[in-house]
Structure formats: structure tokens, C-alpha cells
Design a protein around this ligand. Structure first.
Ligand SMILES: Nc1ncnc2c1ncn2[C@@H]1O[C@H](COP(=O)(O)OP(=O)(O)O)[C@@H](O)[C@H]1O
Ligand SMILES: [Mg+2]
Length: 246
């Protein structure tokens, strides 16, 4: 079953073409990663898929629903982990989850146990009542992941989920994603970490200058172009991706 279908998607910001005619499909249960340097157009493409901004042209459907025509029906069924953390600093960890649940009309009776369950999942139970300001970067990313899961989404969209994290937090997020994959959650993410793409993505699209240069399973790309994924990336883009520090 196709979950995301993108056909000839183009996005302009004034004269700048951020996404330049990309097309792809993502199937149910797949983890699909966009790999590319800063400015490639990854965040823009994600933003259109999660109905944050409209395409300039082309067609994008999620669950068969058009992002420009049925955004609220799509938003109810997806979880979004944005690139910049937009956690409410005036609320505690637990309150952030409960308040977020209101956007989905989840009643308090259901949202409270759900929030605790997710705090366990991301190992933040002991931080439930602390102030956001005292969380480390890794803890904030894990809270964002928990928040994105409050409505039990069929599709999880993550923009640079582990950027700037220490190795422990990064591995913790990867473990979380592995559990979600077992439960058949479809995942689309952006990254500029080769190791992240290799470890958790079933397929990757290599993106640069608004275009998808190549897409396929990591094994397929490595067999076709030789070397590891980093070599493939260098060969196709002429650029070096950031080194991984795991
Ligand atoms: N809101 C915006 N207004 C104008 N230009 C933007 C905006 N957002 C992104 N851009 C530009 O679009 C291009 C793609 O950016 P982005 O989608 O954020 O790429 P990535 O996530 O791969 O780093 C960049 O050149 C960026 O400067
Ligand atoms: Mg980005």
C-alpha cells in the first residue's frame, strides 16, 4: 500500500527553487530517508508532506489524501518531529505531551496514560515533572519524539531527528525507531548522517540542489556505485557528508 505519493513536486521561494521536480513513493511500513547537505531542500519537501506549506506545483498525497485539499485529515494520522525544537518551555515534560494531545481531541483520561507510556518508551519517566530548560539536547529530541507519537500515528515524519546529539542519545532514538518499525509504522526522515541512513533506512534518496539524484536500498546503491554509502554520496554529489561520531 502506498502511503506517500509525490509527483513532480516543485517548491519556489521567490526566485529560489528549493525543490526541483521530485517524484517518489513510500510504502506502508517502510523507513525512507532523505540524505543530503544543508540547503538540499529536505526540510521543504518534508514541510509540504506534513501540510505545513503548499507546493508551488506537482501533486502530493498522503494516505491517498491530497495535502492541499485535505490537510486536517492527514494531520490527524501523522506524527511530526520538526527540525527545530518547538517544545513549550513554560510547561513541564508531562504537560507538554498532555497539552499536545488536545490538538487531536484526545481526552485527558486517555492522554495521561498515553503520555506516561511514551515517557517510558523514550526513557524520560523520571523527568516527567521537570522544567524543559533543564533537559539536555538529547532529552529534548526524545520528548519531541514522544510528542509526535501521542496520536498513535500511522506515519512518522522526522526532520534531522538526531542532529547534534551525543552518541548515547542518538542510539536511543535509533532503538526507538527500530521498535516503531516492528509495529509497521511508516517513517520518513531527513538526515545528513550516513550512519543513520545505513542503520535505519530501508531506502534512501540522495538529494542535492532540490533534486533527487538517486534512490534505492543502501545495498542497491552500494552495489551499483561501489564502496559504502558515503562513497556513493561523494560520487553522486561531489560533496562529502558530515562524518559520523557514533
Ligand atoms: N522560508 C524560506 N524562505 C526562503 N528560502 C528558504 C526558506 N526555507 C528554505 N529556504 C531555502 O531553500 C533551500 C532549501 O532549504 P531547506 O529545505 O531548508 O533544505 P535542507 O533541509 O536540505 O537544508 C535553501 O536554499 C534555503 O535557504
Ligand atoms: Mg533541513
Amino acid at each position: 500500500m502506498v502511503i506517500i505519493r509525490v509527483e513532480h513536486l516543485v517548491k519556489h521561494y521567490g526566485n529560489l527553487c528549493a525543490v526541483d521536480d521530485i517524484s517518489f513513493e513510500i510504502m506502508k511500513g517502510e523507513c525512507f530517508g532523505f540524505l543530503g547537505p544543508n540547503g538540499a531542500g529536505k526540510t521543504t519537501a518534508m514541510g509540504i508532506i506534513y501540510c505545513f506549506m503548499p507546493p508551488t506545483s506537482g501533486r502530493v498525497t498522503v494516505f491517498g489524501l491530497d495535502v492541499t485539499l485535505q490537510p486536517s485529515m492527514i494531520k490527524a494520522r501523522i506524527g511530526v518531529m520538526p527540525q527545530d525544537d518547538n517544545i513549550d518551555p513554560d510547561l513541564s515534560v508531562l504537560q507538554n505531551l498532555i497539552v499536545y494531545a488536545r490538538y487531536f481531541d484526545i481526552p485527558k483520561k486517555a492522554s495521561s496514560p498515553r503520555a506516561w507510556e511514551l515517557l517510558d518508551f523514550v526513557e524520560l519517566r523520571d523527568k516527567a515533572n521537570v522544567n524543559i530548560k533543564s533537559l539536555s539536547g538529547g532529552m529534548k529530541r526524545r520528548l519531541l519524539l514522544a510528542r509526535a507519537l501521542m496520536n498513535d500515528p500511522e506515519l512518522l515524519i522526522m526532520d534531522e531527528p538526531t542532529v547534534g546529539l551525543d552518541p548515547h542519545s542518538r542510539h536511543a532514538v535509533w532503538d526507538n525507531l527500530a521498535h516503531l518499525k516492528v509495529r509497521d509504522t511508516t517513517i520518513i526522515l531527513t538526515t545528513h548522517y550516513i550512519e543513520e541512513a545505513e542503520r535505519i533506512c530501508d531506502r534512501v534518496a540522495i538529494m542535492d540542489n532540490g533534486k533527487i539524484i538517486e534512490a534505492g536500498t543502501p545495498a542497491h546503491l552500494m552495489a551499483r556505485y561501489g564502496g559504502n554509502l558515503e562513497d556513493v554520496y561523494l560520487r553522486l554529489t561531489g560533496k562529502k557528508l558530515r562524518e559520523e561520531i557514533a
